[in-house]
Design a protein around this ligand. Structure first.
Ligand SMILES: Cc1cc2nc3c(=O)[nH]c(=O)nc-3n(C[C@H](O)[C@H](O)[C@H](O)COP(=O)(O)O)c2cc1C
Length: 346
């Protein structure tokens, strides 16, 4: 996919997810083959006030890999200044969140509420566009519409492009749906058909498997697919997509050794990058993702949630994975379990 001058390959993007797509998670997904990652949404107000918690989330990808910074807000000057903070850390693009359904965000008339104010939304895109260097794409992520009576995604996307957006991502649910029901591929197709061909449209929602990926591409004509929940505990989905797009066979789900290796690496990144106060919490989260659906995993999660020392959390998980590695039946069993779990998470 080409976003203005930025080349993204393969055509798959990790969805921004609050409290999930931190630097460790993004790095693991990058290493397994995702084309682009985006920070979780960062409040323009908080960034420009220098709020510590938000500033900590403004992190560039490692090793110069491309990444986007996602911001939200509704005041031009703050959005422009926040975008510049993204530029300063080397962002490859600035994405504007116009899809968040959360009550506290919508109450401030930000996120998906902006779909009800296309003129203001356009002004925000223009303000950010003018603030950042000309070569840097400004992109917008939004939903199908506010509710089923207001499915304005195609017109809205065109208005954003007219204001300067260089890529549109559509999550095919309405704000009213939140995360219920299904992501509507028909509306994503309509957006693809409405937006000029040189502006990529990214389809998003409910992609949990490699088959879902290709279905999204075929049914919507989208240029790339954004994956969120399907990558939780299963970053190997990006490896499968990368290999298939390169014309090679899908290596399929990981065996236990590979699972343990990536889990361990993820923990290393957490140890190196998490704020000390959040370390145990972040380690437990990773334990939960990588063990969900595996034999006796509820037990290991419970153990991990009852210790306060990060070293102990890691030891518990390492012991657990070692015990799995001694099981002969493992690879086939885990493959079906992981598939089942991916569907449950959604
Ligand atoms: C825990 C969580 C946090 C999210 N945070 C953000 C966010 O910060 N910015 C955003 O644009 N979307 C956010 N989303 C929405 C996702 O980016 C994505 O649009 C949605 O989950 C649908 O894709 P999926 O079915 O592949 O998960 C979040 C979703 C989840 C589950």
């Amino acid at each position: 996919m080409r976003i203005a001058n930025l080349h993204v390959t393969p055509d798959v993007v990790l969805a921004p997810m609050a409290a999930v797509t931190d630097l460790p998670f993004r790095t693991v997904c990058e290493e397994l083959g995702v084309g682009l990652t985006i920070t979780e949404f960062l409040s323009a107000n908080a960034l420009t006030e220098g709020a510590r918690k938000t500033m900590d989330k403004l992190t560039p990808s490692l090793n110069g890999r491309p990444f986007g910074v996602q911001i939200f807000g509704r005041e031009h000057d703050l959005m422009a200044r926040a975008a510049l903070m993204g530029v300063e850390i080397g962002a490859s693009l600035i994405d504007i969140n116009m899809g968040c359904p959360a009550k506290r965000v919508v109450a401030g008339a930000c996120g998906s509420a902006l779909m009800n104010e296309p003129h203001l939304a356009q002004e925000l895109v223009r303000a950010v566009r003018e603030a950042v260097p000309a070569h840097l794409p400004v992109t917008v992520k939004h939903r199908a519409g506010w509710d089923e009576r207001h499915l304005n995604a195609p017109e809205f996307a065109c208005a954003m492009v007219e204001a300067g957006a260089a890529m549109i991502t559509v999550h095919g649910r309405t704000r009213e749906q939140g995360f219920s029901g299904k992501s509507d591929r028909a509306i994503i197709r309509k957006v693809r058909e409405a937006v000029p061909a040189n502006v990529p449209v990214v389809g998003n929602g409910d992609v949990l498997t490699i088959d879902d990926y290709f279905r999204m591409r075929e049914e919507t004509g989208c240029d790339a697919v954004m994956i969120g929940r399907g990558a939780l505990g299963n970053p190997w989905l990006f490896r499968s997509i990368r290999e298939r797009l390169a014309g090679r066979p899908d290596p399929g789900p990981p065996d236990v050794h590979e699972r343990a290796r990536v889990f361990d690496r993820h923990l290393d990144y957490i140890v190196s990058h998490a704020a000390p106060k959040k370390l145990v919490h972040e380690l437990r989260k990773a334990v939960a993702w990588y063990t969900k659906g595996l034999r006796d995993s509820a037990h290991v999660r419970e153990q991990a949630f009852h210790v306060l020392d990060p070293v102990q959390v890691r030891e518990i998980a390492t012991r657990y994975f070692s015990s799995l590695m001694q099981e002969k039946k493992f690879p086939a069993a885990i493959a079906s379990d992981v598939d089942k779990v991916s569907r449950e998470v959604a």
